[in-house]
Design a protein around this ligand. Structure first.
Ligand SMILES: NC(=O)c1ccc[n+]([C@@H]2O[C@H](COP(=O)([O-])OP(=O)(O)OC[C@H]3O[C@@H](n4cnc5c(N)ncnc54)[C@H](O)[C@@H]3O)[C@@H](O)[C@H]2O)c1
Length: 265
């Protein structure tokens, strides 16, 4: 059994490209993969001292490269592809994790009536269009891997209608641009799973809400919507990503794994 697990869940010497790799899920996941011996290409919009501090966690600079890139900018993306191709000859695992969540970019959440096309455009660029372009421009590197795999991070809001009741009495919002971009990622996953078959596996993870100091009344209402009566943790989501990134899932492609404690239908 030990031998089986070791063989299937082996990330050593795998080249992993992760977008949003300094975000909350991205950073924890990057650290685990780094500790397991993977070579990392981490891209993020590096804007704060906190980001630079995070980078210091990766002491072996031969195994980790950082690419500062605003994924909403076509110019930045163009530079990213050139830089990655200079540094890497193949990509084994691509994790499309970045999303415009508003954390680093100030409060992007606004009432629907106060939003405009600029924010919808940016959400679509970062959460969806950049993923299409990353796959298109790095396809050759991905095809050089023996068992390449792509994992896209969607959301339960890409699958189901929002429950606006749970936001009542809080300043939190449910953004239309976020939901439609995440819905697009699920179909994008199926499209690329077919287009890149049988060589590349392409799958998606749709997380439910992660517990992070949200207002108590929100958390309580949220929990009631789940069968497991709790919000998710980052570890819940990372476990799923690691599964899809490993040979443990080598007969799985085109799937959307919902990790939401049993909220979605
Ligand atoms: N947190 C949740 O409850 C939750 C729920 C469902 C899905 N998800 C999804 O999981 C993934 C990770 O979420 P997280 O909670 O770690 O979020 P996070 O905000 O901590 O991380 C997102 C990362 O994306 C990066 N990013 C945002 N805009 C960018 C841009 N223009 N250019 C480059 N990078 C950019 C951010 O800098 C950040 O590091 C996201 O795709 C998110 O939509 C999260």
């Amino acid at each position: 059994m030990k031998k089986f697990l070791k063989k299937k869940y082996n990330y050593k010497n795998k080249n992993v490209l992760i977008t949003g790799g300094l975000g909350k899920i991205g950073f924890k996941l990057s650290k685990i993969l780094y500790e397991e011996g993977a070579n990392l290409a981490i891209t993020d919009y590096i804007s704060k001292n906190a980001d630079l501090k995070k980078i210091k966690n990766f002491t072996n600079k031969n195994r980790v490269s950082f690419f500062n890139c605003d994924l909403s900018s076509a110019l930045d993306r163009k530079k990213l592809f050139v830089d990655i191709k200079k540094k890497f000859k193949k990509i084994d695992i691509l994790i499309n994790n970045a999303a415009l969540t508003g954390d680093k970019f100030g409060k992007i959440e606004k009432d629907f009536e106060k939003q405009d096309y600029k924010i919808w455009n940016k959400e679509l660029q970062v959460n969806l269009i950049s993923v299409i372009e990353i796959i298109q421009k790095l396809k050759k590197l991905i095809l050089k891997s023996k068992s390449p795999t792509i994992i896209n991070l969607s959301s339960i809001y890409g699958i189901q209608k929002p429950d606006f009741e749970i936001y009542k009495g809080t300043s939190m919002k449910n953004q239309i641009g976020y939901s439609i971009s995440k819905a697009g990622l699920i179909q994008l996953t199926k499209w690329f799973a077919a287009y890149l078959a049988p060589k590349v596996r392409v799958n998606c993870i749709s997380p439910g809400g992660i517990i992070r100091n949200q207002p108590k009344n929100f958390v309580n209402s949220y929990k009631k919507n789940t069968l497991l009566k709790r919000m998710a943790t980052e570890e819940d989501i990372i476990s799923g990503i690691l599964f899809l990134a490993s040979d443990g899932s080598e007969y799985i492609t085109g799937q959307n794994i919902i990790i939401d404690g049993g909220w979605a239908n």
